[in-house]
Design a binder for this molecule. Sequence first.
Ligand code: OAD
Length: 252
Amino acid sequence: MKTLPLTDDTRLLVLTGAGVSAESGVPTFRDAGGLWEGHDVREVATPAGFVRDPLLVWRFYGERRRGLDGIVPNAAHHALASIERRLGDRFLLVTQNIDGLHRAAGSERVIDLHGDLMRSRCSSCDRPPFEDRQAYRPGVAPMCGRCKAAGQDALLRPDIVWFGEIIDRRFLDRIEAFTLDAGRRLVFLAIGTSGLVHPAAALVDAARTVGGTSWLVNAEAPANVDRFDHVVLGAAGKLLPELLGVGEPPAV
Ligand code: OAD
């Protein structure tokens, strides 16, 4: 099997999607039997859907929270944490996943592009997002509480970037700075993502623009497959330890 060309100079930018967590037992979105199959994205993952039916949205994300019970990182998460320990600041991991599994595996230089399932924030006030492990209670929409003190309470919402919402500019700036600084030394590696959701899907083009090399590890060829220099099809947990040259994950 090929291995990634990692030299003392390499800057490694990794993008992960739902496929990297599939072998941990977290369902992907668009595969057969995926999360979006039984749900209308507009109802549960847009600001308008939340305004229309906050209880439905909370039920959906409450189920997602419960679904993470007992879920642990797999060999792909461990391989990425391991290569980060070797590369240090020459490594940056951008994830579209909200499951927290990269951090659980020990990754530190992580950008949670789409937020964090285990955090909530107020839909109205500027109270910072906070860790929230509350299970959804049927029929009960969680409220801010801090807003109540100011006169009119407001709904809490999951700290997730929904469709139609803007990604934190600081995240995009950090990715851009890493990419520009890397230039031709950049190796871009996308793992387990269908290449349909922007801005993540366009990172491969940014890598090409600065003269970097791009790699894709995915179960099947995604929408933007033609834009990659190297494509390795298969399961991330099986492929990544060897591809990154980090061997087997630690025994759990
Ligand atoms: P998708 O469900 O769209 O794509 C997952 C990809 O992973 C597919 O191309 C699969 O072939 C691949 N895959 C499945 N199992 C794999 C495995 N074991 N190893 C490698 N690849 C595997 O998920 P994302 O691309 O992450 O956004 O979706 C992007 C965004 O769209 C999500 O963050 C979410 C979604 O709607 C929001 O909720 C805002």
